[in-house]
Design a protein around this ligand. Structure first.
Ligand SMILES: Cc1cc2nc3c(=O)[nH]c(=O)nc-3n(C[C@H](O)[C@H](O)[C@H](O)COP(=O)(O)OP(=O)(O)OC[C@H]3O[C@@H](n4cnc5c(N)ncnc54)[C@H](O)[C@@H]3O)c2cc1C
Length: 468
């Protein structure tokens, strides 16, 4: 599927190598035939049903160093896995080693310094729970089971991004095990090049065992939810959403999307299973201001209106149910230069031809704090784009592959008049070197320099690969 496939290898995992590893490895080593093997190797995207030779579940940094050492000496592919959400399937491999970091679950929040530290396998449900205990937060994933480090190293786009920047903009330190098995600290005063590279350059430089973030006061009660409208009102909904977005306070983080209404009690029966136009997100500010902002949309009479004051952690979980593990996914996203009437025409046209009821066609409002960071301050660029389009194509059954992949490719082509470079590659199922070049642009050479310093042999290549 991806151009950055597990490199064909004649290497095999020798029984001796595993026996030797067992002597110094404290965590679980799961091999084919183990009762836990199938559950442990499963990843979010059902298109990647891969069978690693061994899954290593470390108890700490010492185990991570040993696992990296085994990959280096055996020549086997190494997949680093945390939340398992890579839509490109980067966290699984056939015949290689999966380093499954979900065993590293430590979180520490310092409410005085307003910092939060996570270990490499923590997801957003866990991190948000701990930070919100102190009324703090950093931009987190819109689906709570996404891993914090995998999300952040690829950008980290969430409802708070217009106020706080991407998650990567808030990273202050990372502890990382490099290809040589060294433990390196990347911070604002130590190995700054590595810290810069980790802010968008994905898993290219090593295994992050701990990551530290700047946290910010976020009232545990925000105004969030979603509204869904009769599809006949699609254009007015998109236009009004865009007009509210223009110049909106940075507390507003939201999207407009074509989605199929689920068979849930909060959806009137006649709309269940029907494609509708929806807005979703949150306002992290006073309720009366949120209600004033949303009033023009409410005037259209939404069929579903769940926007209300609710805990931030509840908003963060609202999109968990439509994103279950195991469905097939082919995703793509694009920064766009604007959201004009012609693009709305395209949105309306494409929403009618989506082959799967599980797919969503989404426009996200960007700008705000994202755009205040200069393009060369982090590995991730594309900061000036006011909106982005997300093609979250999701279906069940391999017989749907051709139609759904073709739809996504066609939609990518259809948006080309508006597309601009610098999109975060975490949203791509297929990541070729042309995409890497388009995303990183002028920053690619600097990323290569960092890659050559920490991983010259490209041990960490199952990612949005920066070829050293
Ligand atoms: C349902 C869903 C919703 C999503 N929503 C958002 C969203 O709102 N915003 C957004 O920006 N992205 C979103 N994404 C994309 C997501 O951020 C990326 O797929 C991200 O890579 C997932 O991280 P993970 O740990 O869950 O995945 P994994 O598949 O476990 O890891 C993906 C890759 O990240 C790297 N990685 C993970 N952990 C480490 C570590 N500790 N050290 C070094 N490298 C590591 C590795 O290269 C690994 O192969 C979403 C994806 C899905 C499937």
């Amino acid at each position: 599927m991806t151009e950055v496939e597990t490199a064909p290898t004649s290497a095999v995992l020798e029984a001796d190598a595993l026996t030797e590893l067992r002597e110094g490895f404290r965590g679980a080593i799961i091999e084919p035939g183990d009762p836990a093997y199938d559950d442990t190797r499963a990843v979010f995207n059902g298109m990647f049903d891969r069978r690693p030779a061994a899954i290593l579940r470390p108890t700490g940094t010492a185990d991570v160093i040993r696992a990296v050492g085994l990959a280096r000496t055996s020549g086997l592919p190494l997949a680093v896995r945390s939340g398992g959400h890579s839509v490109a399937g980067f966290s699984s491999c056939d015949g290689g080693i999966v380093l499954d970091l979900r065993t590293l679950q430590g979180v520490r929040v310092d409410p005085v310094k307003r910092t939060g530290r996570v270990q490499g396998g923590v997801n957003w449900a866990t991190f948000d729970r701990e930070t919100q205990q102190f009324g703090l937060a950093v931009t987190g994933g819109r689906v709570t089971t996404t891993g914090v480090v995998g999300f952040t190293t690829g950008s980290g786009s969430g409802w708070l991004e217009r106020k706080l920047g991407f998650a990567c903009d808030n990273v202050t330190r990372a502890d990382i095990v490099t290809a040589d098995g060294d433990v390196v600290v990347a911070s604002e005063d130590e190995n700054e090049d590595l810290l810069w590279g980790l802010k968008g350059g994905s898993g290219n430089f090593g295994v992050v065992t701990e990551m530290e973030f700047r946290l910010h006061p976020i009232n545990p009660i925000v105004y969030g939810g979603l509204m869904a409208f009769d599809p006949a009102k699609g254009r007015e909904v998109m236009r009004t959403w865009r007009d509210i977005s223009d110049g909106a306070p940075e507390e507003l983080g939201w999207a407009v999307a074509s989605v199929v209404a689920p068979p849930e009690p909060f959806v009137p029966e006649q709309w269940q299973g029907k494609r509708m136009w929806a807005v979703a997100g949150q306002f992290a500010g006073p309720q009366d201001e949120a209600e004033r902002l949303l009033a023009p949309l409410r005037a259209f009479g939404p069929e579903v209106d769940l926007f209300q004051a609710m805990p931030y952690t509840v908003v963060q979980g609202l999109l968990d149910p439509p994103n279950p593990y195991g469905r097939r996914n082919y995703w793509r996203a694009h920064n766009v230069t604007g959201f004009d009437e012609a693009m709305m025409d395209k949105m309306l046209e494409l929403s009618e031809t989506m082959p799967s009821p599980f797919s969503a066609l989404i426009v996200l409002h960007m700008a705000g704090a994202i755009a205040r960071v200069s393009d060369d301050a982090t590995a991730l660029g594309g900061r000036a784009a006011p909106f982005s389009v997300h093609l979250n194509t999701m279906w069940e059954g391999a017989d749907g592959d051709d139609a759904n992949i073709a739809w996504t490719r066609g939609a990518t082509e259809a948006f080309s008049p508006w597309n601009s470079s610098g999109m975060a590659l975490n949203f791509y199922t297929e990541v070729g070197q042309a995409d890497v070049a388009d995303s990183f642009g002028a920053r690619l050479e600097r990323l290569r320099t960092v890659k050559r310093r920490y991983d010259p042999g490209n041990l960490f290549r199952l990612n949005q690969n920066i070829v050293p």
